[in-house]
Design a protein. Structure first.
Length: 566
């Protein structure tokens, strides 16, 4: 018999906090939440089921937060992780912090003890908002059930203010579980609660940059991560081709130009920045990766374009600063300069030739190590084999210390959006969660991930999640049974007898670990075995780990120079 009671009719018009949260996630286009369960947050799961949002459960909250970060980077949409109160939220702190430094728009929702038990010592109660405030663009408590959807929308709005970044919301258990009349709760509609505006840059400054680029004899441009964030690939390509400018790429900007493109440069960067008369920096701060700006010629005219006003001119004087979205600014500059360059004359041509020679010289110097047949395997040989293995559809993820420093010099993604690293926080352990996000956000891509054995150990148990969700990828562990990047610094500072303190790992057979969890795994000890093993991993159709035993006494030049501390 149909239940037609008064109570039942009233219930139909009531909605809980968790269901309101799910409606707001849906309105933002969130297709998946990454989570590890807890009693404080289960009503959000229930709402997600109703809204058709996938609930992907992982083995550690750090993984959930990194996966949300990765998802945001790859889709341009916000990622979302939902974790329980107390330890669930503290476990996710590292992932949020990483997204903060990497300018990644993700929302972390944390549970909280009931409002009615505020500061009474309820289960898992902690001051989450205080903890999250310094590492987010916005952190708040949802004070009332009727505000749940509205505040999720508010958090998303804040994620996109200036350069993007993470937001945090905690929702007390009684606020989440309570039901309110549906017509009393604002549920912001898709596209109606935040602006779609991108900043175009001041037209006068755009004109000034166009003039500088026309007049320069030795220009160079660095395409940083915001080139990808702003989806400025086409605008950047058009600019360098129209204005005859050599381009260097870093972070997520890698792959903007494919290897082999006449304007793609990599190994001659230091030479170019020491000798250029005009350097244009697009969407990357003067942080440690840029020697705080000190590695640019003091005589060069320096122009900085960034989404964040606070980044422009930070740590180093600039001659022109433009706040705006890289796609709009670069397109406008090309337009303002078009027809005025005519190839840039002989001097420009000579400059490009000079850089090509510097590029070739650096490559020739490195070639013997890239092709080394030495046993144990030289890390350069491993990363060179990986580079050759990548196709246009391969998304490359680097997670480790020294081995990833090696790969940064050699691995060249063949298309934009095909490079992921932690970003300036340098967080080890992003690899497995980034694989998870990448396989879900971009199922069309093959994912190839290189791990240091130390880095893999941090979040490696979620390899099981990749098996459970049937997400095949090619994983490679550069196994040196050490935390080598740190070991080198200890050796240099304290000598050989003390170089082994706190950095030695076991000889772990990660291939067996992969097989134990239901994936594909094999071990490699000889250089000639690398490529066939990678091919078999690709063909396996499973999450895989190729455990490559590499020379523990080989260090990357960047590690030996300790450039990250300079
Ligand atoms: C979460 C985290 N903990 C510690 C560090 C410091 N750290 C930087 S590199 C490194 C060594 C990493 O070892 P591994 O992944 O095996 O790579 P290897 O340097 O041996 O190639 C460590 C511990 C960090 N960056 N992130």
């Amino acid at each position: 018999m149909p239940d037609d009671s008064q109570e039942s009719r009233e219930n139909q018009d009531l909605i809980s906090g968790g269901h309101l949260v799910a409606k707001a996630l849906k309105a933002e286009g969130v297709e998946v939440i990454y989570t590890l369960c807890g009693g404080h947050i289960i009503d959000i799961y229930d709402g997600c089921v109703d809204e058709g949002i996938d609930v992907v459960d992982v083995r550690h909250e750090q993984v959930a937060a990194h996966a949300a970060d990765g998802y945001a980077r790859l889709t341009g949409k916000p990622g979302c992780a939902v974790v329980t109160a107390g330890p669930g939220t503290t476990d996710a702190v590292t992932g949020v912090a990483n997204a903060f430094r990497a300018e990644s728009p993700m929302l972390l929702i944390g549970g909280q003890g009931a409002h009615t038990q505020h500061k009474m010592g309820s289960l898992q109660d902690l001051p989450h908002v205080d903890m999250m405030t310094p590492i987010t663009k916005f952190a708040a408590t949802v004070p009332d059930t009727a505000r749940a959807a509205d505040m999720v929308s508010m958090a998303f709005r804040e994620c996109y203010h200036g350069a993007p970044g993470p937001s945090f919301l905690e929702i007390p258990r009684d606020v989440l579980d309570a039901k309110v009349p549906a017509d009393k709760a604002r549920v912001p509609k898709t596209g109606n609660y935040r602006a779609s505006t991108r900043q175009a840059g001041d037209p006068d400054d755009v004109q000034k940059l166009a003039d500088l680029l026309v007049q320069a004899e030795r220009p160079a441009i660095l395409l940083g991560s915001q080139t990808w964030t702003c989806r400025a690939t086409e605008a950047a390509k058009e600019l360098v081709r129209t204005l005859n400018v050599p381009a260097y790429m870093n972070g997520a900007g890698r792959g903007t130009l494919p290897p082999g493109d006449p304007y793609h440069f990599q190994l001659s960067r230091r030479y170019a920045f020491s000798n250029a008369d005009l350097i244009v920096i697009v969407g990357t701060p003067f942080d440690f990766r840029m020697g705080y700006g000190k590695r640019l010629s003091p005589d060069a005219t320096v122009v900085q374009i960034d989404l964040d006003y606070r980044t422009v001119g930070k740590n180093r004087d600039i001659d022109l600063g433009i706040v705006g979205s890289a796609d709009l600014v670069l397109s406008a500059v090309t337009q303002a300069a078009s027809g005025r360059l005519n190839g840039g004359g002989d001097k420009r041509k000579a400059w490009l030739e000079e850089l090509r020679t510097a590029e070739q010289t650096a490559l020739d110097k490195r070639l013997p190590q890239l092709r080394s047949d030495a046993s144990p395997i030289h890390p350069y040989r491993l990363v060179s084999e990986i580079n050759d293995f990548l196709t246009e559809d391969s998304l490359y993820i680097g997670d480790g210390g020294d081995i990833v420093t090696f790969s940064g010099q050699v691995v060249q993604p063949k298309a934009p959006g095909n490079w992921m690293d932690p970003g300036p926080l340098g967080t080890l352990g992003v690899g497995v969660p980034f694989v998870l996000a990448a396989k879900q956000a971009r199922p069309d891509k093959e994912v190839v991930a290189l791990f240091g054995d130390g880095a893999f150990s941090l979040t490696g148990w979620d390899f099981e999640t990749l098996v459970r969700y049937d997400l095949p990828f090619v994983g490679i562990v550069g196994n040196n049974s050490s935390m080598n990047q740190i070991r080198y610094g200890q050796k240099a500072k304290y000598g050989e007898e003390r170089e082994r303190v706190g950095n030695t790992l076991g000889d772990v057979p990660y291939d067996e670990f992969a097989r134990m969890l239901g994936g594909h795994g094999e071990a490699v000890r000889e250089p000639s075995e690398i490529r066939p093993a990678l091919e078999r991993a690709r063909a396996s159709g499973k999450p895989s780990l190729v455990n490559v035993w590499i020379d523990p006494d080989a260090y990357a030049p960047g590690t030996m120079n300790q450039t990250m501390y300079k």
